[in-house]
Design a protein around this ligand. Structure first.
Ligand SMILES: Nc1ncnc2c1ncn2[C@@H]1O[C@H](COP(=O)(O)OP(=O)(O)OP(=O)(O)O)[C@@H](O)[C@H]1O
Ligand SMILES: O=C(O)c1ccc[n+]([C@@H]2O[C@H](COP(=O)([O-])O)[C@@H](O)[C@H]2O)c1
Length: 224
């Protein structure tokens, strides 16, 4: 059965690092990657852009690109975007047998023991863990995670399609240093940030004056 691959994130804003791992996972696992913006991320300060804007930036970033989709399921329900709740709702929709995997960066995976009902997540989905600079995995998992993960690592991506959940596969992709917090910092300090994302996403941010930037005026208004 085809693997259902979800890539959750705050995407505040989406950047080239996100797109690189989404593309790499799509190609390695030969399945559609569903980029799923968190409506109300429970574990971090409120995002700089609202949920609809973050989803819209994702639409723009992946427009016309095969094998990438935006999944708005966390925007369509009330309350905080706990991953355990999202995966249970997904299971109710697609059943217990379909292989499901969650794509996360290494920093997210290292923090997994802080997630709500984190051990239960292995009964709901596989994990695909993308390497990320500054977040080494080997020898850096907290003991409870290292123990829970020990028998779950798999070498072959194809094995993810052979079980509904519970395995962990490491995606080794070209590393990218890009982070949304660095982009927001550059915006606040007048640094260069546009090259960190598709030009159409940067144009959306400028047009709407997101992240405290002054909205760009249209040429017609400027000439008046
Ligand atoms: N450059 C990157 N390389 C690998 N994984 C990444 C990269 N950027 C983000 N991720 C992963 O993508 C997921 C969503 O990330 P998120 O939207 O929080 O972006 P971020 O750049 O980490 O943002 P912030 O700096 O605001 O925390 C997380 O699992 C994160 O680990
Ligand atoms: O459910 C949780 O407890 C939980 C805690 C931390 C992160 N997550 C999810 O992990 C994904 C990446 O989070 P972030 O903060 O790096 O964008 C996103 O889908 C979050 O909702 C989920």
């Amino acid at each position: 059965m085809e693997l259902w691959l979800i890539y959750g994130g705050t995407f505040d804003p989406v950047h080239n690092g996100h797109l690189a791992i989404a593309r790499c996972a799509r190609d390695a696992l030969r399945t559609t990657v569903r980029l799923m913006p968190a409506a109300d991320p429970p574990h971090r300060p409120p995002p700089g852009a609202d949920a609809l804007q973050r989803a819209r930036m994702l639409d723009i970033a992946i427009a016309g690109e095969p094998g990438l989709k935006v999944d708005r399921r966390e925007l369509e329900r009330d309350g905080r975007s706990w991953t355990a709740d999202t995966l249970r709702a997904l299971r109710a929709e697609i059943g217990a047998q379909r292989p499901v995997a969650l794509l996360v960066g290494a920093d997210s995976f290292l923090g997994l023991p802080d997630w709500k009902e984190w051990r239960a997540l292995f009964g709901l989905a596989h994990f695909v863990v993308a390497e990320r600079p500054g977040s080494p995995i080997d020898g850096h998992l907290r003991p409870e995670l290292a123990e829970e993960a020990a028998a779950r690592w798999t070498d072959g991506p194809s094995t993810l399609g052979e079980a509904p959940a519970g395995r962990i596969w490491r995606l080794r992709q070209p590393l990218s240093n890009t982070s949304a917090s660095d982009i927001r910092r550059r915006m606040a300090t007048g640094g260069d940030w546009q090259a960190c994302m598709p030009a159409a996403v940067a144009a959306y941010i400028e047009r709407h004056g997101l992240y405290g930037l002054a909205p760009l005026r249209s040429p017609a208004r400027i000439s008046r």
